[in-house]
Unconditional design. Structure first.
Length: 152
């Protein structure tokens, strides 16, 4: 049975999943256009980090970065390869959206890539109600990035 729990990015059991996430993001996006956060980036006070578990096995992760008092950004969504297509991303996104609601956010944002590698994530976000938007925060528009938002 899958369990989502608040965690710390420095948890050594998460290291392989986080490393795979950062490597995939960098492999699927040209240099300078990948904004995947590493352990240090996910450990800042404005980021809340969760992991998904099957017993003692980490099977996914996700994070919520506070942009301001009214909005946040979905970061570092990843399901372990063996768990893709089994609801991990959906459960993680539900936890992030519920937290955003609980904080009184009015809007969630996210940035993702444009290659075929991002199609499953994009489908998940669209099913959850995210729609295209302009670049936000410190991001700049490019052919390698797309931006989505969810009005809460």
């Amino acid at each position: 049975m899958m369990q989502i729990r608040k965690d710390v990015p420095a948890n050594p059991l998460i290291a392989p999943l986080l490393a795979a996430h950062v490597a995939d993001q960098r492999d699927n996006t040209p240099p300078g256009f990948s904004f995947a956060l590493d352990t240090a980036g996910l450990s800042t006070p404005d980021v809340t980090f969760w992991t998904a578990w099957d017993g003692d096995t980490p099977i996914g992760m996700g994070a919520l970065r506070e942009l301001d008092a009214h909005s946040g950004e979905v970061k570092s969504m990843r399901a372990a390869d063996a768990w893709r297509g089994r609801g991990v991303g959906h459960a993680m996104l539900e936890a992030i959206v519920a937290t955003a609601h609980g904080r009184g956010y009015r809007r969630l944002y996210l940035e993702t890539g444009t290659t075929a590698a991002y199609a499953p994530a994009l489908a998940l976000y669209r099913r959850a109600g995210f729609v295209p938007c302009d670049a936000f925060a410190d991001y700049a528009p490019s052919p390698h990035n797309q931006f989505l938002t969810l009005i809460l």
